[in-house]
Ligand binder design. Sequence first.
Ligand SMILES: [Fe+2]
Length: 453
Amino acid sequence: MTTTPFRDGFAPVTEEITAFDLEVTGRIPAVFNGRFLRNGPNPLSLDDPHASHLFLGEGMVHGVRLRDGRAEWYRNRWVRSADVARRLGEPVRPGPVHAGMDFAPNTHVIGLAGRTFATVEAGALPYELSYELETIGSCDFGGGLPGGFAAHTHADPVTGELHAVAYFFGWDHHQHLVLGPDGTVRQVRDIPIADAPMLHDFALTERFVVLYDLPVTFSMEHAQKGTPLPYAWNEAHGARVGLLPRAGGETRWFDVEPCWVFHTVNAYDDGDEVVVDVIRYPKRFVDARLDAGGAPTLDRWRIDPASGKVSQTRLDDRSQEFPRIDERRTGLPHRYGYTAAARELNDIVSPHDTGLEDLPDEAFDNTLIKHDLVRGTQEARQFGRGAYVGEPVFVPEGEAEDDGYVMTLVNDPDRGAADLVIVSARDFTGEPVATVHLPARVPLGFHGSWIAD
Ligand SMILES: [Fe+2]
């Protein structure tokens, strides 16, 4: 199948826009003083060979600045890697490059130490952006990064440390990184791992860094064939979850049923056991294809170091992705999780999963889901056809978990443009608190952050 994944919800935009004083329906709460940023792949040209893979489009960051109840601006900007800068006729920004892996990060955008970074995994460095999303340059945190960085990071809400786990096909290890709130690298630890597996996300508890060593590994065969992203399902690799003690010491590994995990919901210590909630696929990257391997479910691993066993429970069998929590609970027991079920994502990632297309719309058609994992219940908020709802980002207000708002980009097919929708987490299916009407379409993308000023 050679159809580009950059179609429908993922169809790229071709212009960079700056717009001021956006129209708002409802009232933006006072807590919103900062920027909502979201990254995603937006190929410069669909004729490029790498535009055949969803993960290889050049990163474009979309941003909305909110302050004093107003939506002050919307901007979208490609991240200027050297290649993107040249193709846009601009000077190349100076900066470090790891192992020749210069790339316009397309996966996440985070705030750290008052700075803004677009991030990606697999060997490339982050790019730093200005407050207004102009590219400053690539960044190795003042020389502190030995290799590349990671798309996903987790901030410890107690210590303020930012954790990441880097991987690279040329390494015989993964690399755990700890950055301080000042944006410097404080700790680097290599964890020996065979076969150069992909690692998209990990988890943090108070005691452990939780590593996934799953059977999707670098494939020299596919690299030699020119497969755009040469990682493939490799049953021979086995599947295990590792507990790396944060205080120091060796990783202890626990076998799990073979599977693939892009994303962590959260993890926490429960007595001597460790609970890890993930979005779990039965398989992925079969023959290096992103779209093969079955639909994902929300599952829980309970790791029991005493018995050496991991038990697995299904928390929700609906196809869903982009899990987020109230990040004040990162690494601590969580009750709530928020996920998105976008039909347009499902159509790209799981098009062959018979049965899903026969489900009624309410099963997964552009729905935000709020999970109460203590009661085992869900609330679903539907946006309808063509809405390609994005990742739900939680913004705290008040003290308790779930006190706050969930915000996400939702396409308005009637306008052909995006809305930034803000709902009260406590009134998840009620009227949105505020809807910011953006002047342009925002393609379905990957991850983002609310970065308070
Ligand atoms: Fe991700």
